[in-house]
Design a protein around this ligand. Structure first.
Ligand SMILES: *[C@@H]1O[C@H](CO)[C@@H](O)[C@H](O)[C@H]1NC(C)=O
Ligand SMILES: *[C@@H]1O[C@H](CO)[C@@H](O)[C@H](O)[C@H]1NC(C)=O
Ligand SMILES: CC(=O)N[C@H]1CO[C@H](CO)[C@@H](O)[C@@H]1O
Length: 400
């Protein structure tokens, strides 16, 4: 199966989390035409010409910072890469000011670094920044992208003539498919028509919400909205709660750590949204946490979800999601306005109430000294998030 059509597999809602074994079995039986490709980490910048560096420099920085080696392997170009008008044969033209040597040479450069190139277009007559859109030009534009060596397409929703997304997005799927090139198809219809319900047959990921802002309120709202669609995500088709704001300066270290933990747990495509040439050591610490990245990349591909909330407004939250190898990722997220203790019973997250579990702290990078039985909890700072993996402890039962 290919990127564009892999989504044909019918996905049904996963059973509730407490049926951990059933849930894992269901996920494993789901047709998996390709490697779990939707969770590649993605480096991504919106409006890069205005905000940040040229994609070539970003590709260099991804490699020199070590982020590429961790799997952040896409360099994505957002809106404004194209000239304001199509050429005389109706073709899209790169903006000669920003891409004087064209997109093909950029793709070659990016591929030469072992990375992939993402491009942007719009399922409307114009892009959001009023460059030509691909509506009714799907085949020509897809063929052009493929001829340049593009690996990923973000497909936006501006100037859409009021035509429903369910009609506007499949033609680009078919156009991408008919190029014969594997191109990851990222739908960006802002969650308007509940894409989780239908986009699994159309694209490899779909935005579930409006654009994220670099604020605690925006990030938490989006986490909750994306959570609602957890059961529709799976290998080949992912809910996309938009890029990571980590490193952009509008949230605290604790809030960014929570943002990254929850996005990883939700199996969101991890798209870096800050300038990778100028990261603080705190930003690097968050974005390069291998253990959290591994949760995101886990081959089981089940989106973790909010399991419970205690206290005022339910602000002491427990999120969890099954991982391969009979393991469980758990996040204790403090959304209250003071430091709190968050506790849970193990059955509340689908674990056995009488078995012992070895618990790994993914931010401290250490395994807790004693196995955990029955209940678990920790003190969590304001807006911070602790993240763990629970693994059944191998118990030695002497039977002589
Ligand atoms: C196109 O779709 C077919 C049918 O789903 C699939 O087998 C093929 O791999 C796809 N090709 C690409 C390039 O996505
Ligand atoms: C959390 O629980 C520990 C152990 O019971 C206690 O010492 C600590 O004061 C508690 N923290 C808060 C913020 O309630
Ligand atoms: C805001 C900022 O500090 N930008 C700098 C990021 O790094 C590049 C290249 O190292 C500089 O050119 C920018 O000025």
């Amino acid at each position: 199966g290919g990127a564009a059509h892999r989504a044909a597999a019918h996905r049904r809602a996963a059973p509730p989390l407490r049926h951990l074994q059933l849930r894992q079995a269901a996920a494993q039986q789901r047709p998996r035409p390709r490697a779990p490709d939707g969770v590649e980490q993605l480096e991504f910048l919106r409006l890069q010409h205005q905000r940040h560096a040229h994609p070539r420099d970003r590709a260099d920085a991804l490699v020199s910072t070590g982020l590429a080696a961790l799997g952040y392997n896409y360099v994505n170009i957002d809106d404004c890469w194209s000239y304001v008008k199509r050429g005389n044969k109706g073709q899209l033209l790169p903006d000669p000011k920003t891409f004087p040597s064209g997109i093909k040479s950029l793709a070659d450069y990016v591929h030469g670094k072992g990375l992939k190139l993402g491009i942007y277009s719009d399922a409307g007559v114009s892009t959001c920044q009023v460059r030509p859109g691909s509506l009714h030009h799907e085949n020509d534009d897809a063929a052009l992208f493929a001829s340049w060596g593009v690996d990923y397409l973000k497909y936006d929703n501006c100037y859409n003539l009021g035509i429903p997304p369910k009609e506007r997005y499949p033609p680009m799927r078919d156009a991408l498919n008919s190029t014969g090139r594997q191109i990851f198809y990222s739908l960006c219809e802002w969650g308007q028509d509940d894409p989780a319900l239908w986009a699994g047959k159309v694209g490899n990921s779909w935005r579930t919400t409006d654009d994220i802002q670099d604020t605690w309120k925006s990030m938490t709202d989006i986490a909750d909205k994306n959570n609602k669609w957890a059961s529709y995500a799976g290998p080949g088709g992912w809910n996309d709660p938009d890029m990571l704001e980590v490193g952009n300066g509008g949230m605290t270290f604790a809030e960014y750590r929570a943002h990254f933990s929850i996005w990883a747990l939700m199996k969101a495509p991890l798209l870096i949204g800050c300038d990778v040439r100028n990261m603080t050591s705190e930003t690097i610490e968050i974005l390069s946490n291998k253990e959290v990245i591994q949760v995101n990349q886990d081959p089981l591909g089940v989106q973790g979800r909010r399991i419970l909330g205690q206290g005022k407004g339910g602000c002491r939250e427990v999120w969890a999601g099954p991982l391969s190898g009979n393991r469980l990722a758990v996040a204790l997220w403090n959304r209250c306005s003071e430091t709190v203790n968050i506790t849970m019973t193990l059955p509340a997250v689908g674990l056995d109430g009488s078995s012992a579990y070895s618990v790994r702290d993914l931010w401290k990078h250490e395994t807790l000294p004693a196995n955990v039985v029955g209940t678990f909890g920790a003190q969590v700072d304001v807006h911070d998030c602790k993240m763990y993996i629970f693994t059944p402890a191998v118990s030695f039962s002497a039977s002589w």
